[in-house]
Design a protein around this ligand. Structure first.
Ligand code: SF4
Length: 275
């Protein structure tokens, strides 16, 4: 059986950077915490906890120590709250996310009606929304774009991991909603590259294994794209690979989301090769 890895897969620059910053902040006092899970990957979160970097869901949970802002970023109020509590801050916001946050903030200051194209509940989108200030729309579908009120000037930014195709479809609707539409395509190239490589590989193989947290939006999207082309399974670890999936299969493709650690990709690869 041939097992082929996608040309682009696994940790992106922003995630690698965030994990390194978190590891560097671990101390013998075990008083470093990420605000929310560092990435959408339970195995990596558990490994970091072993190394002394815990997770908190709210600043109310600690009185001292170090808070690591994860790659998804946070709004201005959280920076203020960290400062007011006298906590040490390590800012691991991905520079690409930072760019989207600043773009939303600038557009709002310039008087544009800000529209964020992305998933409403995603922490990154929430952080961008907070930088955009009052009244920003979050639009996830073409239907929702249709509901945006007509106005003079619209400024559009995107969730960094949003699908390029869906962004284009939504922007096409928004173009009819205002006299001036300023579009800042803040989609990160890591997302485009992983999606393109996954689609290319899906066309070559009989079965795709997409590795990553079940709570990872970018991994779920990779799985969706692959499943439109060939049989696809979204797994978190090598233990989930079922032998019956691999029966009579000659070519398997493997891809992984931007928050999937290398060691898990390797375990899945080795398991498939042994078959
Ligand atoms: S996918 Fe892109 S924007 Fe998101 S963390 Fe990775 S490099 Fe940053």
């Amino acid at each position: 059986m041939e097992v082929i890895l996608a040309d682009n897969l696994g940790f992106c620059y922003g995630v690698k950077r965030a994990i390194q910053l978190a590891r560097d902040s671990a101390s013998p006092q075990r008083d470093s915490f990420t605000l929310g899970p560092i990435i959408h990957n339970p195995q990596m979160v558990a490994r970091l906890a072993d190394e002394g970097v815990g997770t908190i869901d709210s600043l109310d949970q600690i009185e001292k120590g170090t808070v690591i802002v994860r790659s998804h970023g946070v709004g201005p109020a959280v920076y203020k709250a960290i400062e007011n509590k006298g906590l040490t801050m390590v800012d691991a916001t991905c520079p690409h996310v930072r760019k989207a946050q600043m773009a939303a903030s600038e557009l709002s200051k310039e008087g544009y009606q800000v529209v964020i194209v992305g998933e409403k509940k995603h922490p990154e989108v929430r952080s961008i929304r907070e930088w955009a200030g009052e009244g920003a729309y979050v639009v996830e579908t073409v239907e929702e774009a249709g509901e945006v009120s007509r106005c003079g000037r619209i400024g559009v930014v995107a969730q960094t991991t949003f699908s390029g195709k869906k962004f284009k479809d939504i922007v096409n609707i928004l173009l009819d909603k205002a006299n001036e539409v300023k579009i800042l395509r803040t989609i990160c190239t890591a997302t485009d590259q992983r999606q393109d490589a996954a689609v290319r590989l899906s066309r070559e193989v009989e079965l795709m294994l997409v590795i990553g947290g079940k709570n990872s939006a970018n991994t779920t999207r990779l799985a969706q794209l692959c499943s439109e082309i060939c049989e696809t399974h979204h797994i978190e670890t090598a233990d989930e690979v079922r032998p019956e999936w691999l029966e009579n299969i000659k070519k398997i493709g493997i891809t992984a989301g931007a928050s999937t650690p290398d060691w898990i990709i390797k375990e899945v690869y080795v398991k498939c090769q042994k078959k």
